[in-house]
Design a protein around this ligand. Structure first.
Ligand SMILES: [Zn+2]
Ligand SMILES: [Zn+2]
Length: 401
C-alpha cells in the first residue's frame, strides 16, 4: 500500500461524515477525467469499464449529490434522513474506497502481499467506524442546532449546511493536491469540534440546580423538581435560543407560558419530544396545557402579537431593514410558538403560499414597510393561530368518540 492510498482513505473519512453522495461524485469525476485537474494529467485514467467511471454511475451520483445539497437546506428533509444517514455514509465510504483502491492501483494490487492486504482492510474497517462515529456526532449537532432554531428563523441550519458543502468541496481538492495538509487541518478541526461539544455538555450539566428537598439535579428553568415536585427556590429565565439567563424569574406564570412557547414542560423545563398539544412530559409526567391552559397560551401569544404588530409599524419606516427585522421578530415570537405544536411537513402547499406571500410583502416592504410589515404579521399570525386552534380540536375529537 502506498502512502497516497493511506492518505486517501484517511482523508475521505471527514468528507463522508459530512455528505453521502457529494464526495463519491467528486471521486468519480476525478477518476474519470484526471486530465481536467491541474497537475494530475499524468495519472493513468481508470481502466476501461471500471465501475465508478461508468457514465450512468457518474450521472446517478451527480443527481444524488444535487438532491443532497438541496435537501439538506430544508429542516424537514434533513430531519427525515438524519437517522438513516449514519449507516448509509459508512457504506458509501467503503464502496468508493474499494473502487478507488482497485482502479487507481491495479499494478500495486497485482503484486500485493498478504501483509499489505491486511493493512488495507484494517484501514477500511477503521474508516467505516470513524465515518459512522463522526456522522453520529454530526447528527447530534444538527439536533442541537434544531433545538436552538427549530424553524430556521435565524438561518442557522441553512448556513451550517452551506458551510458543510464548501468544506467537502474544499477538503476534496486539498486532499488531491496536498493530502497530508488536508489530514492535519481536518484532523485538528474535528478535535476542536469534539472538545467544544464536550465543554458545552459540561456547561449544561453545571447549570443544573440541585433540588433542596430530594437532591436531584434539575434544569435551571424548572419550576418544580421533576422528581419530588418541590417548588424550586431559584428559577432562571430562558432566552430566545432556549439558553439559561442569569436573571431569576419573578412572574412564574409568565415563565411557564414562555416555556410552553419553546415547547418545554412548564413544570420541569424539559424539551417535549412530541409535537402533540395534549401530551405528558416524559421526564416528570406533568400533563401539558393543563395549567396553564390553551386559552392562557392564546392570550399570552395575542398580547405579544399586539406589541410586535404595533412595533412593526414604527420599525417599518426604516427601508428594507425595517421589514426584515419585523418579519424575523414575528417568526421568533409569534409564529414559532404555534408552529412547534403542529406536525411537520403536512402542509407543503401552505408553505409555498407563505413563501409567495412573504416575497410579495417583501417587495412592498422595501418602500412601504410601515404598511407591509404590520399587514404581513397580521395575516400570518391569523393563519398560524387558526391552525393551532384547529389542532387542539383535532386532538380532542378521539377522546369524545
Ligand atoms: Zn426534588
Ligand atoms: Zn416535565
Amino acid at each position: 500500500m502506498s502512502v497516497a492510498q493511506i492518505v486517501t482513505i484517511l482523508g475521505s473519512i471527514p468528507l463522508f461524515s459530512m455528505r453521502t453522495f457529494l464526495p463519491a461524485f467528486l471521486a468519480a469525476i476525478f477518476l474519470t477525467y484526471p486530465e481536467y485537474f491541474p497537475g494530475m494529467g499524468d495519472i493513468a485514467p481508470a481502466s476501461e469499464g471500471a465501475f465508478i467511471t461508468r457514465d450512468w454511475v457518474l450521472i446517478v451520483l451527480g443527481i444524488l449529490s444535487i438532491l443532497e445539497i438541496i435537501g439538506d437546506k430544508s429542516a424537514d428533509i434533513r430531519n427525515l434522513v438524519k437517522n438513516a444517514e449514519i449507516y448509509l455514509k459508512p457504506l458509501i465510504f467503503l464502496v468508493i474506497n474499494l473502487s478507488l483502491l482497485d482502479e487507481a492501483s491495479v499494478e500495486v494490487l497485482e503484486e500485493m502481499q498478504w501483509a499489505a492486504f491486511d493493512l488495507k482492510w484494517i484501514l477500511l474497517g477503521f474508516g467505516i467506524l470513524m465515518v459512522h462515529w463522526l456522522a453520529t456526532l454530526r447528527r447530534n449537532f444538527i439536533t442541537f442546532l434544531e433545538d436552538i432554531d427549530e424553524d430556521d428563523n435565524f438561518y442557522i441550519g441553512r448556513i451550517s449546511s452551506w458551510m458543510e458543502d464548501s468544506l467537502v468541496l474544499f477538503g476534496f481538492f486539498l486532499l488531491i493536491w496536498a493530502g497530508i495538509v488536508m489530514l492535519v487541518v481536518y484532523g485538528l478541526a474535528i478535535a476542536v469540534f469534539i472538545f467544544m461539544q464536550k465543554r458545552y455538555d459540561r456547561k449544561l450539566e453545571q447549570q443544573k440546580i440541585q433540588c433542596p428537598s430530594c437532591g436531584k439535579k434539575n434544569l435551571p428553568f424548572a419550576v418544580e423538581c421533576y422528581h419530588c415536585k418541590t417548588t424550586q427556590p431559584n428559577i432562571h429565565k430562558i432566552g430566545i435560543f432556549g439558553q439559561r439567563k442569569r436573571a431569576l424569574v419573578e412572574d412564574v406564570r409568565q415563565h411557564q407560558l414562555k416555556l410552553l412557547s419553546h415547547r418545554k414542560c412548564p413544570s420541569c423545563g424539559s424539551k417535549l419530544e412530541s409535537t402533540e398539544i395534549h401530551q405528558q412530559c416524559n421526564t416528570c409526567g406533568n400533563n401539558i396545557f393543563q395549567s396553564p391552559e390553551v386559552k392562557d397560551f392564546l392570550k399570552y401569544q395575542d398580547q405579544k402579537f399586539y406589541k410586535i404588530g404595533g412595533l412593526s409599524f414604527f420599525v417599518g419606516f426604516i427601508p428594507v431593514v425595517g421589514f426584515v427585522i419585523s418579519a424575523v421578530m414575528a417568526n421568533v415570537y409569534l409564529f414559532s410558538p404555534y408552529r412547534r405544536y403542529l406536525p411537520k411537513g403536512t402542509s407543503f402547499l401552505t408553505k409555498i403560499w407563505i413563501k409567495f406571500l412573504t416575497f410579495i410583502f417583501f417587495i412592498l416592504g422595501v418602500a412601504l414597510g410601515f404598511i407591509a410589515a404590520p399587514l404581513y404579521i397580521v395575516m400570518r399570525y391569523i393563519i398560524w393561530k387558526r391552525k393551532f386552534v384547529g389542532q387542539t380540536k383535532n386532538e380532542n375529537l378521539p377522546n369524545i368518540g
